[in-house]
Design a protein around this ligand. Sequence first.
Ligand code: SF4
Ligand code: F3S
Ligand code: FES
Length: 236
Amino acid sequence: MKVTVRIWRSSGDSKVGRWSEYEVETDPMERVLDLLHKIRDEQDGSLAFRRSCGHGICGSDGMVINGKNRLACKTLVKDLKSPIVIQPLKGFPVVKDLVVNMEGFFQQYRRVMPYLVNDEPPPPKERPQSPQERHLFDDTTKCILCACCTTACPVFWANSQFLGPAALVAAHRFIFDSRDRAGRERLSLIAQYGGIFTCRTTFNCTDGCPRGIQVTKAILELRQAILTGNLPQKPS
Ligand code: SF4
Ligand code: F3S
Ligand code: FES
């Protein structure tokens, strides 16, 4: 079968650009990433896009496909209407075509201290954790930092100070980890201006997450922890 693929091409400013259209021979079970490779290899070597793992693990091929944020490597042709319209993620500066500059996104991510903090001397073998304790943050460990949630959020589009849902997911992953000791510090960080109370609970983040993470639920759990002071961690 043949599909029409329409791609927004630009360099440096996503508002200034043009549509390029390609006819591509494909199979319904092929992925959008396969289409992009075919276009670049067989029709237009100047097309720029980012990918790495090809299997939904690295988070590098987030893009807007038929109006929805998705990973190109996890989106099958059979699930899309033709023409397949592809644009870069919204709200980030465009480097070229589908490649966006994610530095601002990672700056917000780093603000929430996305690493385990525990200076207590370790037990002889490991820091034990019960299955119930692990369950509290199981969902948020699945994040691959693709930015599909943050770039679907209307608050992020309007307010560049907003941490964004992906950074809040990272905060949740460590705040609810019973082995961590910096939960209260993180809660105080995310309670500041541009933090968790900037979210308007619009759920776009949850709808846009290709890993199926309950992003809004995690944000509400963080709010609850700030308001009640209840944490599974020992106080730091
Ligand atoms: Fe991507 Fe989901 Fe992580 Fe957001 S929460 S960065 S959409 S994997
Ligand atoms: Fe944005 Fe998600 Fe909140 S889309 S407004 S972070 S619920
Ligand atoms: Fe790694 Fe798609 S290429 S997630």
